[in-house]
Ligand binder design. Structure first.
Ligand code: FAD
Ligand code: UDP
Length: 400
């Protein structure tokens, strides 16, 4: 008899599996309908031997020391500061919009002080910031909004920014200095040997069994277990009884080119002319050295695998009904981006999973992350030294 059946082997499911087994000596069966662990963060070496992210670029960043320390038990890191450019008016310029973006785009030579005045002049303040349009227009005005945000958002979400919560475009700041990093979090690093290797180490415990290519519905009646942790889409669990929750999907077009470098930045966003939103070149993210290079295009779409919950009032109202039902469902805990319908980054999901484990084990999150039942297989703190995993990866000076 398993103590837990965990549905989904992404961050939410894998952290909980590791904690329940490593922290509370529970017997865990974790299943995923995909053929691999890692959920959307899964990475692998493609046919050319280049490490790629199957489901689009995943860059780890967090302000939480707790989350960073917890994951550090399963991976070494490669320090990495992410940078993104946008293709606008025939130029490749920094996004988030910063001093250099404005100077390049308008052929100016403004200082940081002067660009503040520039933004003040063009901004269209609004009384209450409710939508994703309000966020941008109130900071940088309509013209820059239209160049960088309106069409990208329409493509990405199939909705106008005025129909989306402010939280969506609030993810992208505006700067008056020359800082061109996409994130400013305290901890910004990539798992040195990739995400999948990190997940393998998390799940490497005698009390954890992994079942792939398996929808939980195929086994829930066959395999005895006491409790379930569910990390799939919440509406699907309840057979869509309150209607379908919109999840935005993407189609990924992977390519490998016979050249060492494809583009001038790790990610280039295409807000306007193209039907894709962005192009990622993986070697920038992983630090791998190779004479060829692999990239991925992202084409947003309505149908397909669920990737993004869509933050807007109407959807929050539907989710509230599912949440009420979830709260009444004894023996099942709903965790993760799809099950709690939250546009969360990886670190937020790890934090959510650690908090959930803390509740189950009756501990605060910080204790929950560290607690050991004294019977672990020692997977934490084990030096990551598998020569196969690091072949072809050029380690940076900082991690050598
Ligand atoms: P998932 O990773 O979605 O895992 C859920 C798992 O459940 C899936 O593997 C699925 O197959 C499985 N499942 C569902 N239903 C069933 C079923 N019926 N039976 C069995 N298994 C089932 N975050 C960042 O921090 N930085 C980034 O740069 C970043 N980039 C992203 C780029 C893209 C294109 C996307 C889509 C997301 C990105 N994220 C990023 C967010 C990140 O992917 C998520 O926060 C994180 O992966 C969520 O983990 P999860 O375990 O909740 O869900
Ligand atoms: N966004 C945009 N133009 C850009 C970058 C982002 O309009 O060049 C908007 C868009 O709505 C996007 C949101 O800001 O969905 C959040 O961007 P982020 O890069 O965080 O998206 P993610 O990496 O989660 O897909």
């Amino acid at each position: 008899m398993f103590d837990y059946l965990i549905v989904g082997a992404g961050f939410a499911g894998s952290v909980l599996a590791e904690r329940l087994a490593g922290g509370s000596a529970k017997k865990v069966l974790i299943c995923d309908k995909r053929s691999h662990i890692g959920g959307n963060a899964y990475d692998h070496y493609n046919e050319a031997g280049i490490l790629v992210h199957k489901y689009g670029p995943h860059i780890f960043h967090t302000n939480s020391r707790e989350v960073f320390d917890y994951l550090s038990r399963f991976t070494q890191w490669r320090p990495y500061q992410h940078r993104v450019r946008a293709s606008v008016d025939g130029q490749i310029v920094p996004i988030p919009i910063n001093l250099d973006t404005i100077n390049s785009l308008y052929g100016l030579n403004l200082t940081s002080f002067e660009v503040e005045d520039f933004f003040k002049k063009v901004a269209k303040p609004c009384e209450e910031i409710r939508t994703s349009e309000d966020v941008v227009v109130s900071k940088v005005g309509r013209e820059l909004y239209e160049k960088f945000f309106r069409n990208y958002t329409r493509k990405q979400w199939g909705l106008d920014p005025s129909e989306l919560d402010a939280s969506v475009t609030s993810r992208v700041p505006t700067r008056t200095n020359r800082d061109d990093r996409y994130f400013t979090d305290t901890y910004q690093s990539m798992p040195l040997h990739g995400y999948t290797r990190m997940f393998e180490r998390m799940l490497d415990h005698p009390n954890i069994k992994v079942l792939l290519n398996c929808d939980y519905r195929e086994v829930e009646k066959e395999i005895p277990f006491k409790e379930m942790i569910y990390t799939g889409p919440v509406d699907s669990y309840f057979d869509y009884c309150y209607g379908k929750l919109p999840y935005r999907s993407l189609e990924f077009k992977h390519e490998t080119h016979d050249q060492a470098v494809f583009q001038s930045a790790p990610v280039v966003n295409y807000p306007n002319e193209q039907s894709y939103t962005r192009v990622t070149e993986f070697k920038y993210l992983t630090g791998q050295e190779h004479n060829r290079t692999s990239i991925v295009y992202e084409f947003p779409k309505a149908e397909g695998d669920p990737y993004y919950p869509v933050p807007r009032k109407e959807n929050a109202a539907i989710y509230a009904k599912y949440k009420a039902l979830a709260n009444q469902t004894r023996g099942v805990t709903f965790v993760g981006r799809l099950a709690t319908y939250k546009y969360y980054n990886m670190d937020q999901i790890v934090a959510q999973a650690l908090t959930t484990y803390g509740k189950i084990a009756g501990m605060k999150r910080i204790e929950a992350a560290l607690h050991s039942n004294g019977n672990s297989n020692g997977n934490g703190h084990k030096p990551d030294s598998d020569p196969v995993a690091i072949s072809g990866l050029a380690m940076t000076a900082a991690t050598r």
